[in-house]
Design a protein around this ligand. Structure first.
Ligand SMILES: [Zn+2]
Length: 201
């Protein structure tokens, strides 16, 4: 099956992720806290078939998204508020190789989020036209044991384009629009320090 193209990553299935994500409505990685597999970073270059199936069945050698680990059955959540625009099996164009199940969300930031390798058994959670909040569960991981997350300018690259030109690093998107772990506390600490200095002055 197509989702076994990530077979070298299967060992990561043992990873269980903590379940304390940001609240609903706050931009976040689809699996909290967003642990990326060793070979699953954005633009990671695969040099051989033993390193993530580079060149096998047309699979791209430059990874166009981020692979966030979570053993099969881990909930996969909407990265931001938006609307579901596509769901697909991932076995035919334009989503060949993203199976077994794919969900595409148009976010209010103007970017599209592609969430792939999902379990089709949870397909009822997302359907085209459905409005969703950041943090809302849209599906779950399959036996691929991770979600492949892409952030795209267009839901599907325009003719002449490709994932290389259409996609950005999901974590760059998160840095621009989302709350990173700990930033809230850093803000509180900074305000407290300023108040303390003001009192001493
Ligand atoms: Zn991937």
């Amino acid at each position: 099956m197509t989702y076994h193209r990530h077979s070298p990553l299967e060992a990561l299935g043992a990873v269980t992720v903590p379940s304390s994500p940001p609240p609903l409505g706050v931009p976040q990685p689809p699996i909290w806290p967003g642990t990326t597999s060793p070979h699953g970073a954005f633009a990671y270059i695969r040099r051989s078939s033993s390193d993530g199936a580079c060149g096998v069945s047309g699979y791209p050698c430059v990874h166009p998204g981020a692979d966030l680990v979570g053993k099969g059955g881990t909930p996969v959540k909407a990265p931001e508020d938006g609307t579901i625009v596509r769901v697909a099996s991932g076995t035919s164009p334009p989503f060949t190789g993203y199976g077994p199940w794919v969900v595409v969300l148009e976010g209010k930031s103007g970017w599209f989020h592609l969430l792939a390798h999902l379990d089709p058994a949870k397909a009822a959670l997302a359907s085209p036209g459905l409005p969703v909040r950041a943090g809302q569960v849209l599906g779950s991981t399959s036996s691929a044991n991770h979600v492949h997350w892409e952030v795209r300018r267009a839901a599907v690259p325009p003719s002449g384009g490709s994932n290389k030109t259409n996609n950005i690093d999901p974590f760059a998107w998160l840095g621009r629009y989302g709350g990173r772990p700990g930033t809230g506390w850093m803000l509180v600490a900074a305000v407290a320090a300023v108040l303390l200095l003001a009192r001493r002055g």
